[in-house]
Design a protein around this ligand. Structure first.
Ligand SMILES: NC(=O)c1ccc[n+]([C@@H]2O[C@H](COP(=O)([O-])OP(=O)(O)OC[C@H]3O[C@@H](n4cnc5c(N)ncnc54)[C@H](O)[C@@H]3O)[C@@H](O)[C@H]2O)c1
Length: 389
């Protein structure tokens, strides 16, 4: 039993630092936190607000201050554009939260890029300075850093498997092949903050980073949130296995029209996403079936992502059958509550002294770090046991 699991309203003030703050997910998260903090919306979609967690001392939405990095747009412009193109928010929520998200706008710092930094280490230094100043300015007890920036191409930096000191020393030179997501992650932990990677980008998914987190005694959670098609895969694949039905092939076509879709139209960036969406079938089924995942940018759909999956399977006496499903989800509205859940979970884990990959967060991710369990029911059990202590 943990000391802090009694139901008392936390007097803490905490920060949510969003890398990629002004994207669809980042801005919807800011709007959602503002609306939750004012009691304007129900917490539908938030796992940490399920009745069974009512006595857990998670930080409440009204105790969060939002900040982050981005150079494009503003919170207000992004949510208004999402609303006018995709018709996804209630107008009164936009009106009543405008003042609060405008106030948070002052906490946003320009995106840090490798191109504009003398060395990777200089980029890390900048990020540490920005986060530290935010924590001091708002007198925050803790800050969680969440990566919601554009997906990067796959990366395998030199020294990723070396000891932490070797990786860190190499950051002072150029030519390491370290992506920006990793520099943000390294900086977050160096600043003493728990870190969450909502994206398929590398971030902190390598051994030297695990050591970095243990050294600084902070947890990290990742990688690539499962919000739609992959979430369904992690529910349906175990069902086929539990009924001893043999999946012969699984084909998934995804079409989306938001800015994430535009970035994923680049084959190098798309490779990261396809890898995380496809890998889990091999983990969930005894024999990996023939599988195919496609992602296409269809501009007119805006934030409405559609997945169409065709699953061909074999039953008793070799009879072949088919399951097909379509999933039409609003991308930002699916991902934003998970950002809030993961921020609350990471802050709770930090308070409890967790360090390194937090396996209990597996139910939120396509490629869970620190856990090899992929089926949602088992993952949810792990989450529940951890949270309830
Ligand atoms: N359902 C979902 O929406 C979902 C699920 C899982 C993962 N994700 C991932 O979340 C991420 C965000 O998705 P989105 O729809 O908000 O995308 P988006 O393109 O709308 O937003 C990404 C933001 O990142 C910013 N950015 C890019 N490089 C940056 C840098 N170096 N520093 C700071 N900011 C930077 C961009 O300016 C942009 O505002 C993507 O990687 C996506 O794959 C989304």
């Amino acid at each position: 039993m943990h000391e802090d699991s009694t139901k008392t309203k936390s007097p803490r003030r905490v920060g949510l630092w969003l890398v990629g703050a002004h994207g669809g997910v980042g801005s919807t998260t800011a709007l959602g936190l503002a609306a939750l903090g004012h009691g304007q919306i129900a917490p539908t979609g938030l796992v940490t607000k399920l009745p069974e967690f009512a006595n857990v001392d998670f930080d409440e939405p009204d105790t969060f201050v939002v900040g982050g990095h981005d150079s494009r747009s503003t919170f207000r412009d992004t949510v208004e554009a999402l609303h006018s193109r995709s018709n996804i928010f209630a107008p009164e929520v936009l009106d009543e939260c405008a003042e609060r998200i405008d106030a948070w706008q002052a906490n946003i710092r320009p995106a840090v890029t490798l191109e504009a930094s003398a060395t990777p280490w200089a980029a890390v230094d900048r990020v540490v300075a920005d986060i530290t100043a935010f924590r001091a300015r708002h007198k925050l007890d803790d800050v969680v850093v969440v990566n919601v920036a554009s997906t990067e191409p796959p990366a395998t930096p030199l020294h990723a498997n070396s000891p932490r000191e070797a990786f860190e020393a190499a950051l002072a030179t150029n030519g390491l092949g370290v992506p920006m997501s990793t520099l943000y992650a390294w900086a977050a932990v160096a600043a003493g903050c728990p870190y969450v990677n909502l994206t398929p980008s590398l971030g902190g998914s390598f051994p030297a980073f695990e050591e970095h987190c243990k050294h600084h005694k902070v947890p990290h959670l990742g990688q690539d949130a499962k919000t739609g098609e992959t979430l369904l895969k992690s529910v349906l694949a175990p069902m086929f296995r539990q009924r001893n039905l043999r999946v012969l092939s699984w084909v998934g076509h995804n079409i989306l029209g938001n800015n994430d879709g535009r970035v994923l139209a680049n084959p190098a960036n798309k490779a990261s996403k396809i890898r995380t969406k496809d890998a889990l079938l091999g983990e969930l089924l005894d024999d990996k079936p023939q599988s195919h995942v496609s992602i296409e940018f269809i501009e007119s759909l805006d934030d409405w992502k559609t997945a169409w999956d065709h699953i061909h399977f074999e039953g008793f006496l070799g009879v072949k059958m088919t399951l097909q499903f379509t999933w039409q989800g609003c991308d930002s509205a699916l991902a934003a509550p998970l950002v809030i859940d993961l921020a609350r979970l990471a802050l709770l884990a930090h308070r409890r002294g967790a360090a390194g990959a937090l396996a209990a967060a597996a139910c939120f991710f396509k490629s869970p770090l620190g856990a090899s369990v992929h089926d949602l029911a088992s993952q949810f059990g792990m989450f529940k046991r951890y949270v309830l202590g």
